[in-house]
Design a protein around this ligand. Sequence first.
Ligand code: GLN
Length: 302
Amino acid sequence: MSVLKVLEKMTQEFEVAGSRSPRRDAELILSCALNCEPTELYGSKSSSCVDVLTPVQSLKIQKLSERRQRGESIAYILGYRDFYKSRFLVGPGVLVPRPETEHILEWSVEFYPVEKPLRILDLGCGSGCIGLSLLKEFSKSQLSAVDISQEALFYAKKNAGVLNLKDRVTWFLGSAQQFAEIHSGTQGFDLIVANPPYIDPMDPDVEPGVRLFEPSEALFSGDGGLEAIKEFSLSALSLLAPGGYFLMEIGGGQRLMLESWLRNQWREEIEVSFLKDYSGYHRICVVSWASQRGKGIEVSHG
Ligand code: GLN
């Protein structure tokens, strides 16, 4: 069968299996199996990477296709996901980076001058996509990356190596709370970022493939999804330096509950605002000390 015929067939199969981007999935899997760029699949006979598939190639494609049809993320199948400006290695055991998380990066680069030597903390770093992307932007900054999952830290460390950022990262295997206990009374952090697990385990809208293949400790949390959000907030605010900012991703419907809980905990001591995602949902919570806002940092925006 020719490559283009296989491409059509795979697209149809992925569509039936419920993929939201069946054509793209087919292109990526085919080009991965054939070791070429997706655009090369469409070349004329002489310029396309391959015209007719060998039995070995067909078998490889079939195996990868079956994984996708069962709902496994294309990122796990390919072994990477592009996030912000970099490529992050991922695999089962670490959460696949999502585009909405990039808002944390966008806010940070707009807010701080790139030469600022920030002390950054990434709580629940997963693949390292937020913290390492920040390190790339802020070349004089240092990162502490925390995760309870050994597998997640394995990927984060690999990514730090690939991105040449190893020398500026300190790793911690444990919970946000454990990290906070050990570091309380120290200088604190200027920028604390987090993407905690915040999905209610009973949420019926979670895609089956996500539930089946992605690590549940990175997705689900008790108390309607708020348990980890609260734990991360308590830890982060105990470590937030004067003038610092804490940015945390939350679920689409969690703003009001989180805001009233934060207000109850810290009253007038903090300022809270939210950034919207592209669909208009408040998805990133931004917290700073009310009395210190703007002190210690050169405010360019916000
Ligand atoms: N945004 C992810 C999803 O909806 C959830 C990530 C998380 O819980 N932190 O699948």
